[in-house]
Write a protein that binds this ligand. Sequence first.
Ligand SMILES: [Zn+2]
Length: 389
Amino acid sequence: MADANPFETLINDLAKEIYSGKIGPHQIPAELSLRIGNHLNSALNEAIPPLKFGYTDPENRLAAKLRANIYSFAAAKSLEEMKKYNQLLLDNDGKVKPFKQYRDDCTKAGLVFNIGHLKTEREFALASAQTAVEWQQYNESEILQWSTIEDEKTCPICGPLDGVAYPKNNGFWKKISPPVHFHCRCRIIPAKETNEALMPAHKSIKDNKIPPYCQNNAGVTEVIFDNNYPMMNNLQKSDLSFDRTYNMPTAEHIYSTNEFKPAPEPSSPEQAYIDWHNMAKDAGEFDIKDLNGTSIHFDQEFYDKLLKKRTEGRWKMIPAFEEILKNPDEVWFFKGRIVSEQAENTAYIKYYKDEPYMIIANYDRATTAYPVDLKKLDAKRRGILMHRK
Ligand SMILES: [Zn+2]
């Protein structure tokens, strides 16, 4: 049977799991969440081609931030879908539906979520990411103009804004900037002179009932789906974890059911340090592209703080750095507690034969790396799942 939509099989399988109680109503199906995230991530890659930028380009860090937000949204949307699929279990009389009917109802709802809505969300992500990257490329003093495309000229929200121009540092752009509604394809372009809006931004927002999540300037906030965005509040309640939230097996179980290859190990500490210096050259630092094409920076401070002390044995990870970032088994995004309470961390986990290795980055800068005791790894598998092999 031809699978018309890649989500169809997934929803079918999910319906089975929910019906049989294998996955609970407040859990996130990892496959679903990652597929949504990957789809939206393709829009980000369109707006900010990952291989085009290196560590020294601000676009590198911007894309990493927007990406973490996209996968967070994917998790929030998955929770929303789970609410719906669980409501569908019962018929109007409060009785559990026969499985076939339940599955068909889930498919119907699932396709609305993952074709129609997801298409709109992808457009929204693309437009926001375009605004974000272009915004950051303009100087603070530059005059910027609202530019509406032809078929949006009649839009009651965007039409009147067409041609309005203010310096970048004018508060107008923080109140209102594209996209201001779904399917908005307005852009901000450079202009020669200012052209004040006939209607102040706050009045336009009020009169047009622009929702709060559309008042976000992604260039300023570096977020596409902000906390006002519908569904994002699904994430505010709890700490997300691999088992409770994502229904994934423990690290010990993963090791007992899989064969992993040994880590590439240096012959001696001296050899590992030579490897580092070969990568770092005279500058004393280097970058490695991760699986998404973000350049992750390793600097002298990283070396001094983490690798120099031989007794800690972290030096043995040096030859594996590239593989951990490029080809990790799991990637998690979470806030707090590794470097500082506020830090936003991406954890790249690679399963090797003897023990798992982990590198943690603050978006585009490696902050720590260590081999993890298998018994302690599960505590690190928390937050938003961004990748799983
Ligand atoms: Zn528009």
